[in-house]
Unconditional design. Structure first.
Length: 76
């Protein structure tokens, strides 16, 4: 299993767009990219790259829930 770390911002974004599968989650994020700009687009692109490097079991093993930056070191 690979070790992919997501920033708090990426985790929050994934939590918003999370679907039942990795593929569906990626499709939701990529589908929303045209409506994003600036920092949000950069966060979504980074999260998408990291998600694309995962497989379904790795994705299923992770919990993506909104979090506050003050709750940790900024990575999950």
């Amino acid at each position: 299993m690979s070790t992919i770390l997501f920033t708090v911002e990426e985790t929050n974004l994934i939590a918003i767009y999370k679907a039942d599968t990795l593929t569906a989650t990626l499709m939701r994020i990529v589908g929303a990219l045209p409506d994003m700009d600036g920092d949000m687009r950069l966060i979504a692109e980074g999260a998408s790259r990291k998600l694309a490097a995962m497989n379904e079991p790795e994705f299923s093993a992770l919990s993506f829930s909104p979090t506050d930056e003050d709750e940790g070191d900024g990575y999950v």
